[in-house]
Design a binder for this molecule. Structure first.
Ligand code: SAM
Length: 364
């Protein structure tokens, strides 16, 4: 199994027995840890501690954040045990710890926490059903759809915002480097499969004054994309193609002779069999000189272990909430599927943005 050097921690025991027991309790109380820390943030307690020179007592925290002394006390005491705040026993004043600082200031942690609360939290009660039945059993907590993608345009507002913030946070950070890789092929026509609200397409038409972009996505998303791109410079060079690629008979547009087919954070929405089927249909519209560029986050190729942690945990979002059968893939598994679909990986670009890889593929 390929593993980046950062993941050597996955190959041998790291903890003493005492540390392991502590972590086991931390996991056993995981949902409570999560909600306590989320509210330390949400109620403004972390912010108040950051802003106060020398820290705050329980009473001062309660006054500054407009909650009861009881609420401030239970949250701050839980915060001590979660290592997100520290107390000075001489003055009874609380301060932010380093971990508390990250929860307050780290953009990735903020996005992940909102996503886990608004999209995942309630539905994960049904993770067991989802794993056993191969369907997103937790999705009923948000609405009545077969997959979350069908509901993206109509999710409850907080879930919708958190879903898009999560999705955009990861892909947006890679687009600048990805443009350089993709436009080195000087494409005249580009097909963006799973192009969602058109953020990548807009970047492409800005980057190159001649390129034509077609976005293929579910009909609901094509509607959203038109709203989001309206009035943007170059939007007249973006068109939409509504398709449900879960239908094995659905084709990609064959008439346009695309130079590049682009799939960003798209194939992780599908099972291995579905990916192979979509890639076979993609191969059918490629010419020998065209390239398929796949941008994905592979859990085995991360420079830093916390990124791999986020990805293997996100796999279970796909299980419980998204569709019940997809995941964040290991690159070995993924490259095997590319190969089975009649494509060859020509180049691999690692380390883009928050940990994306681009696989440049061509017909075999
Ligand atoms: C995770 S989003 C990725 C969006 C964008 N490419 C990015 O990098 O941010 C996955 C996209 O795939 C689309 N999608 C999911 N299932 C689909 C299907 N069965 N057919 C077509 N598009 C689908 C979703 O609507 C969504 O726009």
């Amino acid at each position: 199994m390929h593993l980046a050097p950062s993941l050597s921690v996955y190959t041998r025991e790291q903890l003493s027995a005492r540390q392991a027991q502590r972590l086991a309790e931390f996991i056993a109380f995981g949902p409570i840890v999560f909600q306590a820390c989320r509210l330390l943030l949400e109620f403004g307690i972390f912010g108040a501690l950051r802003d106060a020179d020398g820290g705050l007592t329980v009473e001062e925290t309660a006054e500054k954040t407009d909650i009861s002394v009881y609420a401030a006390k239970v949250l701050l005491e839980a915060g001590l045990s979660c290592s997100v705040v520290l107390v000075d026993p001489a003055t009874d004043r609380f301060q932010l710890s380093k971990t508390g600082w990250f929860l307050l200031n780290d953009p990735s942690t903020r996005v992940n926490m909102a996503f886990n609360h608004h999209v995942n939290y309630l539905g994960f009660f049904k993770l067991d059903e989802a794993l056993k039945e191969g369907r997103p059993a937790g999705l009923s907590a948000l609405g009545d759809w077969d997959t979350i993608y069908e509901g993206l345009s109509t999710l409850p507002e907080a879930a919708r915002k958190s879903w898009f913030d999560f999705d955009h946070f990861y892909s947006d950070h890679s687009f600048a480097e990805a443009l350089e890789i993709v436009f080195a092929f000087r494409p005249k026509r580009l097909l963006d499969v799973g192009g969602n609200t058109g953020r990548w397409a807009i970047q492409c038409v800005r980057h190159d004054p001649d390129v034509q972009v077609t976005i293929a996505d579910l009909p609901q998303q094509i509607g959203l994309m038109r709203e989001q791109t309206a009035g943007e410079p170059g939007a007249d060079r973006i068109d939409g193609y509504a398709v449900n690629l879960l239908d094995p008979d659905a084709c990609l547009p064959a008439d346009k002779r695309f130079d590049i087919v682009w799939m960003s954070q798209f194939l992780d929405c599908f099972s291995e069999e579905q990916i192979e089927s979509i890639l076979r249909r993609t191969a059918a519209i490629l010419r020998p000189e065209s390239r398929l560029c796949i941008m994905e986050t592979f859990w085995d190729r991360q420079r830093f272990e916390p990124a791999s942690f986020c990805l293997t945990m996100t796999s279970l979002y796909f299980t419980a909430m998204a569709n019940g059968n997809s995941k964040m893939y290991h690159s070995d598994d993924f490259i095997r599927i590319v190969d089975r679909a009649g494509l060859a990986v020509e180049a691999i670009h690692d380390g883009l943005g928050q940990g994306h890889t681009i696989l440049v593929c061509k017909l075999k």
